[in-house]
Ligand binder design. Structure first.
Ligand code: URA
Length: 220
C-alpha cells in the first residue's frame, strides 16, 4: 500500500492537471463560479434581513428588501411595505403594486426589467407613515442599493421617497415632473400609485413623467 502522503500528492497533481485542462478549454468561468464572491446586492440583502435597527422588526412578518433586475437602468423607490408586501416579502404586490405594474408597462418595460425598493424595508403597523427615526436608520440600505445597482434613472414614488433622497421638505406636488441630480444619477419624483388610486385624474401627470423617463432611457 502507498503511504498517504504519496496518495495525496497524486490527487493534488490530478486536480491541477484537471484545472489546467479546463482552463485551456476555456472553462475558467465555470471554475470561478463556485469560488467567486457573493454578489454585493445579495450580501446587502442578508444584512438587511436580520436588521433590528428600529422597532419595526418586532411587528414585521417579512423584511421587504427589494426586487427586480440588479442591473436595471430604471429603479423605482416607494415608501414602505404594506400588508400584502409584508406577507410576501416582495415590494408593490398589493393594489398599488398592480397600478405600478401598469405604469411600468406603459413605457414598454416589464417588472423584471426594472428594480423596485422602498425607503423602509419593514411595514409600519397599520400602514402609518414612516417615522423620521425609522427613515434615518433605514435609508442607508436604500442608498447602498442605489450605489450597487447604479441605475440611469431613479423614479421616486411619492413624498417620502422624494423628500428622503433629495433631502427636501418641498411637497410632492411641487417636486414631481422634473429631473434632479442624485449623486450623479437622474432622479424624477412622481405621485405614489396609492395616491393615484384615490386621485385617478392625476394619472395623466404620472404618464407625462413616465414619458420623460422613457426619453432618457432611449438615449442610454
Ligand atoms: N407602497 C409602497 O410604498 N411600497 C410598497 O412596497 C407597497 C406599497
Amino acid at each position: 500500500m502507498k503511504p498517504l502522503s504519496e496518495e495525496l500528492k497524486e490527487i493534488v497533481g490530478a486536480l491541477k492537471m484537471h484545472i489546467e485542462m479546463e482552463r485551456l478549454a476555456g472553462g475558467e468561468e465555470l471554475l470561478m463560479a463556485g469560488s467567486s464572491e457573493e454578489p454585493p446586492l445579495e450580501a446587502l440583502k442578508k444584512e438587511v434581513l436580520s436588521c433590528k435597527g428600529c422597532e419595526l422588526y418586532r411587528t414585521r412578518r417579512n423584511v421587504v428588501f427589494g426586487a427586480g433586475n440588479p442591473k436595471a437602468k430604471l429603479m423605482f423607490v416607494g415608501e414602505a411595505p404594506g400588508m400584502e408586501e409584508d406577507l410576501q416579502g416582495v415590494p408593490f404586490v398589493g393594489r398599488a403594486g398592480s397600478l405600478l405594474t401598469k405604469v411600468i408597462e406603459s413605457i414598454g418595460l416589464k417588472r423584471k426589467d426594472i428594480y423596485i425598493a422602498n425607503v423602509l424595508k419593514c411595514r409600519p403597523p397599520n400602514n402609518r407613515n414612516p417615522l423620521p427615526t425609522e427613515i434615518l436608520m433605514c435609508e442607508q440600505y436604500l442608498r447602498k442599493q442605489i450605489e450597487i445597482i447604479k441605475p440611469v434613472v431613479i423614479c421616486a414614488l411619492g413624498k417620502f421617497a422624494a423628500q428622503t433622497l433629495l433631502r427636501s421638505t418641498v411637497s410632492i406636488t411641487r417636486l414631481r415632473g422634473r429631473f434632479y441630480d442624485f449623486q450623479g444619477t437622474k432622479l424624477i419624483p412622481t405621485f405614489h400609485p396609492a395616491y393615484l388610486l384615490r386621485n385617478p385624474h392625476d394619472k395623466r401627470l404620472v404618464w407625462e413623467d413616465m414619458k420623460k423617463i422613457r426619453k432618457i432611457l432611449q438615449k442610454n
